[in-house]
Ligand binder design. Structure first.
Ligand SMILES: Nc1ncnc2c1ncn2[C@@H]1O[C@H](COP(=O)(O)OP(=O)(O)OP(=O)(O)O)[C@@H](O)[C@H]1O
Ligand SMILES: [Mg+2]
Length: 317
């Protein structure tokens, strides 16, 4: 169980994370999705007790990450963004060393079991320096699993891996996530969709969406984008459409093309058609384009990109 309440971290004047509140239950894989600099690593470092928050609270398995950080470290496994591995040690020796650091009983047996969990038993005697990136990532996972923690925090576990290794690592995460709480960060929307029970989208330190992959997908279908093609100049018409209630993100694409979106759950196609005709435009075409999860993600996180000149301001309603 992970509990986070109004968590904020400030570096100097910059808020790296801003008032985050969320939970993850046992048996749940929570995806933490966001662009570079969104605050994913910062949140994970706080959750694993490596860094205190500026304000707010967080707990792992019921233990406060600041006041009870020793208890937290016993119950959380952490795969950092870059795993500090000793390249001149064998896989087995490194994990044995980590197990001893944690004062784990039956260290050798445990290392072997863990290597089996991450499917690396055949490389136990190999030097870490000679391993591929995917295999090293699995050594990192093994290190995070040695003490059989209830909660696993994985910072971009599949970054930089080839497709075969990505599948391998995802399978391991699914397997070990069955009776644990897993939180993993990623940039890859499809990864979160395939792997996670719930997705939290974070941008510039703030949660911008939180839902199941299915509901996020459904929301997209609700928020379908519509393209209207008319004869002649469209600037005027685009402004009129933007003033309608329940219409968002109107863009003039040039050559008589206007794109916009309905507020979730609304379908105003007849109203738009009427408006076009009443404004004395020839309506040549109206069609819907479904947004992909990728596009919704970009929409939710793109407020830092300058608005193109031809974009009509979004109708706030
Ligand atoms: N030690 C630090 N000192 C100052 N600013 C920092 C520090 N660590 C992170 N930041 C800033 O905090 C913000 C969030 O960074 P963070 O590393 O948490 O993002 P992220 O979501 O993990 O990004 P990425 O996808 O690139 O890994 C960024 O603006 C970053 O520059
Ligand atoms: Mg990061």
């Amino acid at each position: 169980m992970i509990r986070v309440n109004e968590l904020t971290k400030t570096y100097g004047l910059r808020k790296a994370i801003d008032n985050l509140t969320f939970e993850a239950r046992q048996g749940e894989i929570l995806g933490f999705l966001g662009p570079n600099g969104a605050g994913k690593t910062t949140t994970m470092r706080i959750l694993t007790g490596y860094m205190p928050p500026s304000s707010g609270e967080a707990s792992i398995a019921g233990y406060d990450v600041v006041k009870e950080s020793l208890e937290v470290r016993k119950r959380v496994g952490y795969l950092p963004e870059t795993v500090p591995l000793y390249t001149d040690m064998t896989v087995f020796d490194y994990l044995k060393f980590m197990a001893d650091l944690r004062h784990l009983p039956n260290a050798e047996e445990r290392v072997e079991e863990t290597l089996e969990m991450v499917r690396l038993l055949d490389r136990a005697e190999g030097y870490i320096g000679n391993l591929s990136k995917g295999m090293r990532q699995r050594v990192g996972l093994a290190q995070a699993l040695l003490h059989r923690p209830e909660v696993l925090i994985l910072d971009e576990p599949t970054i930089g891996l080839d497709p075969a290794q990505i599948i391998e690592v995802r399978n391991i995460i699914r397997e070990v996530g069955k009776e644990r709480t897993v939180m993993l960060s990623t940039h890859i929307l499809s990864e979160a969709q395939q792997l996670c029970d719930r997705i939290l989208i974070i941008n510039k330190g703030k949660i911008v969406a939180e839902d199941t992959p299915e509901n996020l997908q459904a929301r997209l279908t609700g928020a379908e984008r519509v393209q209207v093609r008319v004869r002649g100049e469209t600037q005027d018409l685009a402004e009129k459409i933007a003033q309608m209630k329940g219409i968002q993100n109107v863009q003039s694409q040039g050559e008589g093309l206007i794109e916009f979106q309905f507020a979730p759950g609304q379908d105003l196609r007849p109203e738009v058609a009427r408006l076009v005709v009443e404004a004395k435009y020839d309506l040549l075409e109206m069609r819907s384009i479904n947004l992909s999860l990728e596009e919704i993600f970009l929409q939710l996180t793109r407020d830092d990109i300058p608005v193109p000149a031809e974009t009509v301001p979004v109708n706030e309603e």
